[in-house]
Design a protein around this ligand. Structure first.
Ligand code: PEP
Length: 258
């Protein structure tokens, strides 16, 4: 994605059923206009993806999977693969802190999922972020480096163009305790610095970086004004269609100002 665009992603987590998801999309479609410089992505329950894929106008919204298994087919009861999601979603969340901390997914799992997404034409959104104790110990940059190496091993610089990095400090997710813009600037610079070391300066400066962690309709504009990041990953505040539409509107305003 070109860096003069903004990417706004709503992660509904395990909220809203199929019917509610469909009503939400009707409501949101009335409230947001299509804009070529703002990409709006919805990550509903996996159950709603099929319905929404028929309902949404892909020029207005794209869809993301919140999770998927890294194998393409086989005897993996209860799992859904990136191959099965192909054509339905354009993006897939990988390494979200809830996957890492509640479901104990490792960097090895994360890396396998990044690979699965890429080989199935789905853009992985690799979520990385430090814990509260890493932050207190001054280890934020090291934690980000470890998670980048862990998730991106085997990704070529060409493939990196399809990878989105979401900086999501663990202590800020769902807590109401958002990182201040200066923290986000420092983290985004650290991420580009690490990527420069791994992939060179062109790849590092063109990669899309998002911030996520307790962003609301009121704080969104402060982050969207930062040149270091390219959009937002929104959890709680995306559950209300009007609040989410308000955030998308802030993204339009931020691109218009440029
Ligand atoms: C998230 O789940 O990725 C997230 C950022 O959640 P919240 O906005 O609720 O902190």
């Amino acid at each position: 994605m070109a860096r003069d665009k903004k990417l706004i992603i709503g992660n509904w987590k395990m909220n809203l059923g199929v019917h509610e998801a469909s009503l939400y999309v009707h409501k949101l479609a009335d409230q947001v206009k299509s804009h070529r410089d703002v990409e709006v992505v919805l990550a509903p329950t996996i159950l709603a993806l099929q319905t929404l894929s028929v309902q949404v106008n892909y020029r207005q919204f794209k869809l993301a999977a919140q999770n998927f298994y890294w194998r393409d087919h086989g005897a993996f009861t209860g799992e859904v693969s990136a191959t099965q999601l192909r054509g339905i979603v354009q993006y897939g969340l990988v390494g979200h802190s809830e996957r890492r901390h509640v479901f104990h997914e490792t960097d090895k799992d994360t890396r396998a999922k990044v690979q699965a997404a890429l080989r199935n034409g789905i853009k992985p959104i690799l979520c990385i972020g430090e814990t509260a104790s890493e932050r207190t110990m001054g280890e934020t940059s090291d934690a980000l480096y470890d998670q980048l190496i862990g998730g991106l091993a085997n990704v070529t610089s060409e493939e990196l163009e399809d990878v989105i990095i979401a900086y999501e400090p663990v202590w800020a997710i769902g807590t109401g305790n958002n990182a201040v813009p200066n923290d986000v600037i420092a983290a985004a610079r650290a991420i580009r610095h690490h990527l420069k070391h791994l992939y060179g300066s062109r790849a590092a400066s063109s990669v899309t970086i998002l911030y996520g962690g307790s962003v609301t309709e009121h704080s969104a504009a402060d982050y969207l004004a930062l040149s270091e990041i390219d959009g937002l990953l929104i959890g709680g505040a995306s559950l209300d269609a009007s609040a989410f539409a308000g955030i998308v509107e802030k993204a339009y305003q931020s691109v218009k100002k440029k």
